[in-house]
Ligand binder design. Sequence first.
Ligand SMILES: [Zn+2]
Length: 325
Amino acid sequence: MVNDAEVYEIAILGRATWQLHSLNNEGTVGNVTEPRSVTIIDPNTKTPITTDGISGEMLKHIHTGLMWAITDKNDLCEACKVLNPEKFNAIPNQGKPVQEVLENALKACEICDLHGFLVTRPTVSRKSTIEFGWALGIPDIYRDIHTHARHALGEKETVEDNTEDGEETETEPKTGGASTQMVYHRPTRSGVYAVISMFQPWRIGLNETRQDKYTYDIENDETRLERFKNALKAYQILFTRPKGAMSTTRLPHVEDFNGVIVFSTNQIPLPLISPLKQDYIKEIKDISEEIDNSINVEEFNNLSEFVKKIGNLIDKKPYKLELGD
Ligand SMILES: [Zn+2]
């Protein structure tokens, strides 16, 4: 593999096995938390089916948090230093031209540059360079809602945990007076999830708001390179440590990840085929070969191969467009 090659786009298509997690939920009604459900067309039977989903927002949120963790905080705006979800909108921008607001954001902040934002005054939108689709449970996902009871310290009572297998029994000491026990229901799921994500290194630092000419507003190529590396490192960690909702007590059992990393070394947008499909790897290989020989398809069979192959990309550089005179 040539390591000085520039990378235009990177797609990650794969199947992740996560056991007993609760990474994303619909919300809580009363004391019951519902898992997130989506309806898809079953790739095998071509009929509608309800399955488990983890939203792209959640995966993007996890990726953003990981980038924050590994980034030099001097390369973040004041809002992203404290992971304010408003990002550059939290910085006073009133009265400035749109082009200047975006230029300031690109110069100041890795997360604003790569993950995008929306400033309301003036209206400036930065489309994310990193995109995630829903992670979709490949039928059949096993889902269960567990009933738990919270006890006050010192309260003594035996409570049957009302799960299907009924094996969990919790015993706590009891205080005098009224019981402070609170029963609540929390979901867990186990399954294999189809994951799709796209990263566009060619857009790192690119200001697309000027009407006369697009410009790269980061003068130092080292800064673009650093942001590229951090985004890829965050991908490595994301799939080895997905930290979404309820991970305090539902830390996912991360078991497996296999699929393909597709990347282009020339300016050619990448094809995407859903890993819901049984033969998606063969199909993406055939399509890539047909479209352009600068598209590479790297297969990985487990998490360590994934991390290693993303590592090979970290040694490369982000593509820089020639924008003409
Ligand atoms: Zn920022």
